[in-house]
Design a protein around this ligand. Structure first.
Ligand code: GDG
Length: 490
């Protein structure tokens, strides 16, 4: 790397490769989930660095050795932050997922405000900041991701380490009535003001944050308008922005057009006897509204009996946080609901709900997207929801309908052409499904073309560019591909 050329350093809870124990052997697996999908193409061959936890808590393990192959294939360096079982329990399962995750998704009754979680969250954030300090230089741009690591800038500064820092929150930021319930609200919001740039998914999230800040730090002043605004607290200045995350539109679009994937999509339709397909794809999480969605499908079949034998609901639920009791209970609830609908409505030759509790390979997922007549995306609350955008990008026939929760961040961008629903209103969702099934071809096309244009234009590269422009006045092209550096003339 040329001296003075900024490297992009991504810091997140998990590395994009996870170590998993299979029998007595540790295996390296590419991680799933929104963040990895979003950032991997951006770091690849650009001299990038990713810092995070590997997913293993065994101190005897040669994590760096195991990751080195993955690292050279991935095209960027990976550095791990080793965590003990106790640290993972307190910081990840505890503070991050039993406090911040439910609270920020407006589900405060699910929170367990245990003080020991807070202490462990701070200790682990300090540990991460030490690795960031060691593995980066003052020229790097350090881009920190998500609610697990909100204290990074605070600890870097307290160590006297000067770095240019940006933070992006992938989940929603709640309104003051909800945020103020957090016992550590003042320390947390103060820590967030230590970043140079704090990015949110939507203008509404940014507004919620600004209102919380105003309540907790009355001397705060805001300046400017538009997507990025400045904040002043005494002599300290930083910025707040709204940067709706997106996907690599072309990747999904061309995968859907690939003859093998198109063939897979055809086989899915054929296996379901060319019935209409309504598709749900989510990590199995209580914020995603999966039980409500199955109940809505039950309502659809009860209210519109003429649909019997003519429609299938396919739900793909990717295993997530499987060790946690709440997630185990959710899985049981979903399986019971699927059983109930199928038990009540099936007849020989037709099983209405097809439920998959597993992760599909990427091309098969795209085949499902391409095969579906309706993408049913109804989270109770969601930072963005990439599935909504992936469904549109994969719908190359421009013949599908996106039914979307008004409480997904994606609704702010896609509201014009998606069919918006309240995810708690099961009769409303049933009505929306029935109407969407009866839209004529021209209407479906008009809306899908609009959706695809929006996602094509505001894609993942646009997202990275807008964040980097706001953070360091640089664009993605300022982090050139390593190959092109080697052949640069002169
Ligand atoms: C968080 C925020 C925000 C799903 N099933 C399979 C599979 N997936 C991939 C999808 C998609 C990702 O998982 C899920 O992304 P979402 O955005 O829908 O949701 P979260 O995981 O909760 O992500 C969210 C996101 O961060 C980014 O900021 O949008 O609001 O909660 O990319 O494709 N991938 C494969 N097989 C599957 O079966 N390969």
């Amino acid at each position: 790397m040329e001296p003075g050329l900024r490297r992009l350093v991504v810091v997140s809870n998990r590395l994009p490769a996870a170590l998993k124990k299979e029998g007595d052997c540790w295996k390296v697996k590419a991680g799933a989930g929104g963040l990895v999908t979003a950032l991997a193409p951006v770091l690849k061959n650009r001299g990038g660095v990713w810092i995070g936890w590997s997913g293993a808590s065994d101190p005897t393990l040669d994590v760096d050795g195991l990751l080195s192959n993955f690292s050279s294939e991935a095209g960027y360096d990976l550095f791990t932050v080793p965590l003990t079982r106790e640290e993972v329990d307190g910081y990840y399962f505890g503070f991050s997922n039993e406090i911040i995750w439910p609270l920020f998704h407006d589900l405060q009754t699910r929170c367990r405000f245990a003080p020991e979680y807070w202490r462990m969250y701070l200790e682990v954030n300090f540990k991460f900041a030490e690795v960031v300090a060691r593995k980066t230089s003052p020229d790097d741009y350090v881009w920190i991701h998500d609610y697990h690591l909100m204290h990074q800038a605070f600890f870097l500064k307290s160590m006297g380490v000067k770095r240019s820092t940006g933070f992006f929150l992938h989940i929603p930021f709640p309104p003051p009535d909800i945020f103020m319930k957090l016992p550590w609200r003042w320390k947390l919001i103060q820590a967030l003001t230590e970043f140079d740039l704090v990015g949110f998914q939507t203008l509404q999230d940014r507004k919620n944050f600004a209102e919380c800040l105003r309540r907790l730090v009355p001397e705060v002043r805001f300046e400017g308008r538009g997507a990025v605004i400045s904040v002043k607290i005494g002599s300290r200045k930083f910025r707040l922005g709204a940067f709706p995350i997106s996907i690599d539109f072309n990747q999904f679009n061309s995968m859907a057009e690939n003859p093998e994937v198109a063939q897979k999509a055809f086989r899915i339709r054929e296996a379901l006897r060319h019935r209409k397909i309504i598709l749900g794809v989510d990590r199995l999480d209580y914020t995603k509204g999966i039980p409500e969605r199955i109940r809505s499908f039950h309502t659809l079949l009860s209210r519109y009996p003429e649909l019997a034998g003519r429609v299938n609901f396919v739900q793909i639920a990717v295993p997530s946080r499987e060790e946690v009791d709440e997630y185990k209970e959710l899985r049981t609830e979903i399986e019971q609901l699927v059983g109930r609908v199928n038990g009540e409505f099936s007849f020989p030759g037709w099983v209405p709900v097809h439920y998959h509790y597993k992760s599909f390979p990427h091309d098969e997922l795209v085949a499902y997207y391409a095969a579906a007549d309706i993408g049913l995306v109804t989270p109770l609350r969601d930072g963005m929801n990439l599935v909504a955008k992936e469904y549109c990008a994969s719908n190359t026939s421009e013949d599908g309908v996106l039914i979307l929760s008004e409480f997904a961040g994606a609704a702010a961008q896609l509201q014009k052409d998606a069919y918006l629903v309240n995810p708690y209103d099961m009769e409303g969702i049933a009505k929306a499904m029935n109407r969407a099934l009866h839209w004529d071809k021209a209407e479906r096309r008009e809306h899908m073309v609009g959706l695809r244009d929006q996602v094509r234009k505001n894609n993942i590269y646009w997202w990275v560019d807008s964040f980097l422009q706001a953070g360091i006045a640089k664009s993605l092209d300022d982090f050139p591909e390593v190959e092109s550096l080697e052949y640069e003339p002169g």
